[in-house]
Design a protein around this ligand. Structure first.
Ligand code: SF4
Length: 257
């Protein structure tokens, strides 16, 4: 066993969608403190059969992770799987000092596409990734500080730096929170992205209410109308709103840790 194999990572959860060869790895720990962090409500994969409906229950909150995997155990779990796409997410994968070692666990999976979901506060190891999805919380500095507890200059700088180098495909996401990150703010985010590169895709997600916070979810009509306006600034804008679990998933997701 290599010395690194016994090192404990911050990976606390792994799921597998065999029909598409998609593996999602969840890392605990983050360098932002977002008021609306979805992990306060659900720390585990929302697509698991036991989770996909209860995340819409108003007072529901999942437990916190209490077990973490070593590098060697991750390799053992992944080795038998024909992984075509690995998604690194959770809280913030780049905060784990062993993130590069976790990426190495997939080195043997030929043609595996590695996708990182990040808040962009810390520069990721660019050349080990095929795609980076930046979650941009807010453009206005005072709102970003209120939302996350941190300044957003580094995030915006990292976003522009990755866009200019393009070692990996780059996409952006943001969350519409009526009364907080409102329509005007989302349009400012779209304008920022367009100033970097108008070809970068943006997805606007609907806020899922967190117990104890005052904001409501946007309606499908509100989010669609906003996406249509944002498209005039950034043509590759789409939106996503949940349907409270009414649509069945087209594939099965299972927990492998
Ligand atoms: S960046 Fe993501 S994981 Fe981190 S606190 Fe914000 S919402 Fe939560």
């Amino acid at each position: 066993m290599k010395e690194k194999d016994s090192s404990q990572t911050r990976v606390y959860h792994i799921t597998w969608a065999g029909a598409y060869g998609v593996c999602c790895m969840f890392f605990w720990g983050c360098n932002l403190q977002c008021r609306i962090c979805l992990l306060k409500k659900e720390a585990f994969d929302c697509h698991l059969p036991e989770n996909r409906l209860r995340i819409y229950e108003r007072e529901y909150e999942s437990g916190r992770p209490d077990r973490f995997l070593t590098v060697g155990r991750i390799r053992e779990l992944l080795d038998p799987l024909p992984v075509k796409q690995a998604v690194f997410m959770g809280a913030e994968p780049v905060c784990d000092p062993l993130f590069p070692a976790v990426l190495d666990c997939l080195a043997g999976s030929k043609n595996c596409r590695s996708i990182l979901l990040t808040n962009g506060m810390k520069m990721p190891p660019l050349f080990s990734l095929n795609e980076i999805v930046f979650s941009l919380k807010a453009f206005t500095p005072s709102l970003h500080r209120d939302y996350t507890g941190r300044d957003n200059r580094t995030i915006l700088k990292n976003f522009a730096a990755i866009a200019s180098r393009r070692p990996a495909a780059l996409r952006a996401e943001t969350v519409l929170i009526p009364g907080y990150v409102d329509e005007g703010e989302v349009l400012r985010i779209a304008a920022f992205i367009a100033s970097v590169d108008p070809g970068i895709p943006l997805r606007i997600d609907a806020y899922l209410p967190i117990p104890g916070l005052p904001w409501r979810a946007p309606s499908p009509g509100e989010i669609q109308a906003l996406a249509d306006r944002a498209k005039r600034i950034l043509p590759n804008t789409t939106c996503f709103y949940g349907d409270e679990g009414r649509t069945e998933l087209a594939y099965e997701v299972e927990r492998i840790f």
